[in-house]
Design a binder for this molecule. Sequence first.
Ligand SMILES: Cc1cc2nc3c(=O)[nH]c(=O)nc-3n(C[C@H](O)[C@H](O)[C@H](O)COP(=O)(O)O)c2cc1C
Length: 510
Amino acid sequence: MPELRLSIAQHYHERTKYDPETIASKGKALDWSKQPVPFKEYKIGSSVDLKPFIQQAPETFADDAEGQWWRRLSRLLFCSYGLTAKMPSMGSAVYLRAAPSAGGLYPAEVYLVSRGTPLLPPGLYNYQSRTHSLLHFWESDVWTNLQDACLWHSSLENTQIALVITAVFYRSSWRYEDRAYRWIFLDTGHLLGNIELASAINDYRPHLIGGYVDQAIDDLLYIDTEKESAIAVLALADLLDIKQNLPIGRTALPSATETEYPYIPDGQLLYYFHRVTQIHPGTTGNLNLPEIKQQKSLEDKYNFPFCQKIPTATTPIDWGTNLEKLEVTILKRRSTRAYSGENLTFDELKYLLDFTYQPQNYLDQSLDIHPDYFDLNLIQTFIAVSGVDGLESGCYYYAPQAQELRQIRFKNFRRELHYLCLGQELGRDASMVIFHTADLKAAISQYGDRVYRYLHMDAGHLGQRLNLAAIRLHLGVSGIAGFFDDQVNEVLGIPTDEAVLYITTVGRPR
Ligand SMILES: Cc1cc2nc3c(=O)[nH]c(=O)nc-3n(C[C@H](O)[C@H](O)[C@H](O)COP(=O)(O)O)c2cc1C
């Protein structure tokens, strides 16, 4: 029998797993002299200051249509990726942003492309979070190039503004080496969650575009593909303009599935993997994309015979008049550094699940009931419960369609969770630990190796909704992306085909 080679995404995943046997050899000492700066600087360009529009009272702009337009854009960017806290650190300061980031390294950059609106001349802008401003660094019209690079995605026909998120790889790989690729996309998923919700607050609707000619977008932004590359594009529809109330478009396109690759040395795997999952026009100029085999399922993936089923449907979280409590929550969100170990109530657990997985329940509050993901059918949710009143400790599968928890194993896993999360006390002391997983092989058969990006962004996006629901409920929450991959499945009884993508811990803050 010929040997079946793993595709590059499977190979990357296997190579970057943490394992108790080998983890000691992975942690190299950090070279602090090479610590990357998480901000982008431009030598030329003109700056648009967005600060006055969030600092001044909303009434200031009551009769000022231009001021209101700027205020919406300013709030959107601030709530998505603005600096929301300053922490003293080794004699200077570290700034934290509205979106969390593994290790506070912030590999993502946010760019804005304007088609040319009365207030925002055409061209390219970089969002400078340090000064909350937009830096206009390229003044020519590039919209047609953007449309071309996005394969004429329908949402770009009528919109005037697009956001492009890029990753500056070294910011994260400096610390996390090749495994950083996972973190980069999880971080970006959190950012996408903020963009989605901050858009709803400000009457925008982001249309997510994951399939584009990578090199063409990178060229358009004048970035060096080897160091920085586009990882998501969003057409930003202005819902106050009737022409921009658009149907939902296609978010994910497949790439090739690569099984022919050379030996790739450590430290280069991340870059190699990113390169081979790009979409590019073939030599003939035609895009040679494999067909997506749509497997839309309305059924929950796992149903274990005779397992106990616990219904979780509830009333929605109240986000206040005009979503003002959502905005406050986004701006005050922080990752919790320690839990007390006290129990959550079962109602709190239900609220968390409702906001994260049941967006259709938020229509009355003007939230998007079909927010864009790449493909949520590919992602499953498992929850290790260690301390929730009225719910036996153990591991459960969450069935989002049926809205119920389905028992897998009953046991208090606190000690094991501590170990699985690489000895982090957050895992041990959390009241519940949520695992997002995917069957990598099946996902690759649908979307090619590029699906690895989509899966991690979707998992991060769900993570951000969990974060915000937890903060709104005055609970503590933190992501964890460093874990013993295979042992999670073994210990908790999660099916072995399910690769663990991301962990979110929730508990009472200490
Ligand atoms: C993908 C991801 C992975 C993370 N992993 C961990 C982790 O393993 N342990 C931890 O204590 N915090 C973790 N965090 C939280 C970050 O340390 C935190 O977001 C960062 O320090 C910024 O602080 P803030 O979230 O309060 O803004 C993670 C966050 C993200 C987004």
